[in-house]
Ligand binder design. Structure first.
Ligand code: MN
Length: 251
């Protein structure tokens, strides 16, 4: 099996290394990851600027790896378009930080998985609920291994990428794995105004997530209660139940 591994925290991120180590147990690994942090880039693609791929020895001799000058979605496009045959599986992450609820719209980690789904590649995005670049991924690696075994025995269709969030707990404290739906919620943005050395104002966006959705079938509930959350995603944003909301008017 040929496994493409991407992320949004950049090719040197510890979470990517942790994911590559597990992926190697399952097949031949190719890494194409951004050459710098690209968190929060969503599904951005680079248009009108050159994209560059630099060979990387970050993961040793048995892993072909490339640092890409573009976004996470660019990485997947380049990997499938330039580097040869389509991979059998795409893994993204392990992200340094949570990606539940509406984060799917902002996350580079999940956009890489979504891009895989567009290309017909089965894809899974993994995130650990710890934003530190020094986070411990050992429990997350055991969870990734367990989920990959499950996925290979009972795969999801390629158009349904999985969004996996792992609580930042020791393995013995993780209660189990739940299939979930996205909790309804939003980011409440606050802006800290500061002054740069030239006397000009600049702003730091310091949002916090807010939700009143306490339903136990959500990703938020699972994570708050010590479970791994697996949320199957769709790339079709159509509100299918509203297609008859208005009578079509022909002019
Ligand atoms: Mn990230």
């Amino acid at each position: 099996m040929r496994i493409l591994v991407c992320n949004d925290d950049g090719i040197t991120a510890r979470g990517l290394r942790a994911l590559v180590e597990v992926a190697k147990e399952f097949g031949e690994v190719v890494v194409v990851a951004p050459d710098r942090p690209q968190s929060g880039m969503g599904h951005a693609v680079s248009i009108g600027i050159p994209l560059r791929l630099y060979p990387s020895t970050e993961f040793g001799e048995d892993v072909t790896a490339w640092a890409c000058s573009g976004t996470p979605a660019d990485c997947v496009k380049l990997a499938t378009g330039v580097l040869g045959e389509k991979p059998d599986l795409l893994l993204s992450g392990i992200n340094h930080g949570a990606n539940f609820s509406i984060s799917a719209f902002y996350s580079g980690t999940l956009s890489a998985a979504m891009e895989g789904a567009f290309e017909g590649i089965p894809a899974i995005g993994f995130s650990l609920l710890n934003y530190s670049m020094e986070a411990d991924f050992s429990a997350a690696q055991a969870i990734v291994r367990e989920i990959l075994l499950l996925y290979l025995s009972q795969p999801f269709p390629a158009h349904v990428p999985l969004n996996v969030n792992i609580p930042d707990l020791p393995l013995s404290a993780i209660k189990g794995i739940r299939l979930t739906r996205q909790a309804r919620g939003r980011f409440v943005e606050q802006f800290e105004k500061r002054i740069d050395p030239y006397g000009q104002p600049y702003y730091w966006m310091v949002g916090r997530f807010e939700s009143t959705d306490t339903s136990p079938d959500t990703d938020l509930w699972a994570l708050q209660h010590g479970y791994v959350s697996i949320c199957p995603l769709l790339t079709d944003l159509t509100a299918h139940t509203y297609l008859n909301h208005w009578e079509i008017i022909y002019r």
